[in-house]
Design a protein around this ligand. Structure first.
Ligand code: KG4
Ligand code: ZN
Length: 322
């Protein structure tokens, strides 16, 4: 089954063709990062207009790359939420138009489920497993009992991890999006500053206190040159220790032997290092390659295939694959 998928929930116009939820036949991503970097964050109205300009080109390019024609496609899918509404509408309407014109089913996909499903691409991963989803908007521990039975057992009570990365990066003068650059500088520094881990019950998280602590630390230098690399390393160390501690506890409690990470922050070097260290304790660890961590449409194609429980935040009709 070939699914043609479109993702436009934030600042990437992405299209892909995925065969049977696992094999990526084409993957095209047009990033708007350069546009939004000048404003220090994503401007929703500009993002929606850039999607409009890019989406047809991305669709054509994806067909060319896959070597397929619309006749070879079994269903069209798009992210329906969560995301910026003007942006979502571009991809959603493009996919629905394609499905109407070519008389194929349309599958609406939840962006967060799609991030998790990035782990099915090019692997043989099967549920059950424990998942840590870390993106610009969300931080969740999810108990994935089956392809369509996922329970969020913990989440952030304030900032998402990616958001904390971007805010801390701005504090120390790094450009948007701060996560990748902060990660790079952290690898050049040492975690010499003690920063507080958010104390929250259960599997929930809090990162706003940590962000405030970094802000205080930065102010304590009173205009003198900042030890940027060490600040980055200290922040990164604290974040990844907090995340992996709770993830581990959730794994132990459920008795799962498989663990996955997903979302933009799953590209983070220290987080990957600590999660992959669980392999030494007998866990099977999965993390998507970098290109499937941040927003892309291949993950949407995988989700449309595997997750029969696709949700629709915009109230549009979802046709089943059957
Ligand atoms: O999943 P994603 O592409 O978009 C959302 O759905 O939010 O995640 C984007 C987030 C941004 O906050 C970005 O700074 C962060 O992922 N990010 C990273 C890294 N690469 C991307 N954060 C830490 N380390 C990285 N290497
Ligand atoms: Zn995302």
């Amino acid at each position: 089954m070939n699914i043609f998928a479109i993702e436009t929930s934030c600042d990437e116009t992405a299209c892909a063709v995925v065969k049977d939820g696992r094999q990526v036949l084409a993957n095209v991503v047009a990033s708007q990062i350069k546009t939004h970097a000048q404003y220090g964050g994503v401007i929703p109205e500009i993002a929606a207009r850039e999607h409009l300009e890019a989406v047809n080109v991305a669709i054509d390019e994806t067909f060319t790359q896959s070597g397929l024609t619309p006749d070879d496609i079994d269903a069209f899918a798009a992210t329906v939420g969560p995301g910026l509404v003007g942006c979502l509408l571009v991809g959603l309407n493009a996919a629905k138009s394609l499905s109407l014109v070519y008389d194929k089913p349309f599958i609406g996909v939840n962006h967060l489920n799609a991030h998790l499903c990035a782990n099915y691409l090019d692997t043989g991963l099967k549920p059950p497993f424990m998942a840590l989803l870390v993106s610009g908007g969300h931080t969740q521990i999810i108990d994935v009992e089956n392809y369509d039975k996922q329970t969020i057992i913990g989440e952030t009570l304030d900032d998402a991890v990616g958001e904390a990365y971007d805010k801390v990066a701005r504090l120390i003068g790094l450009p948007y999006p701060g996560g990748p650059m902060l990660d790079k500088l952290a690898q050049e520094g040492n975690p010499v500053y003690h920063l507080p881990e958010g104390k929250v019950d259960g599997y929930n998280f809090s990162f706003s206190g940590l962000k405030t602590a970094v802000s205080r630390l930065v102010k304590s230098f009173d205009g003198k040159e900042l030890p940027v690399n060490d600040i980055c390393a200290s922040f990164q160390d604290c974040v990844s220790a907090t995340l992996v501690k709770k993830l581990r506890r959730a794994l132990d409690e459920k008795g799962y032997k498989q663990v996955v990470i997903a979302g933009g922050v799953a590209a983070n070097s220290e987080l990957r290092h600590r999660v992959f260290a669980l392999e030494a304790e007998g866990y099977a660890v999965f993390a998507p390659p970098m290109k499937y961590c941040t927003d892309n449409a291949a993950m949407v194609g995988a989700c449309a295939f595997f997750d029969t429980n696709t949700t629709c935040d915009l109230g549009v009709e979802v046709f089943s694959r059957a």
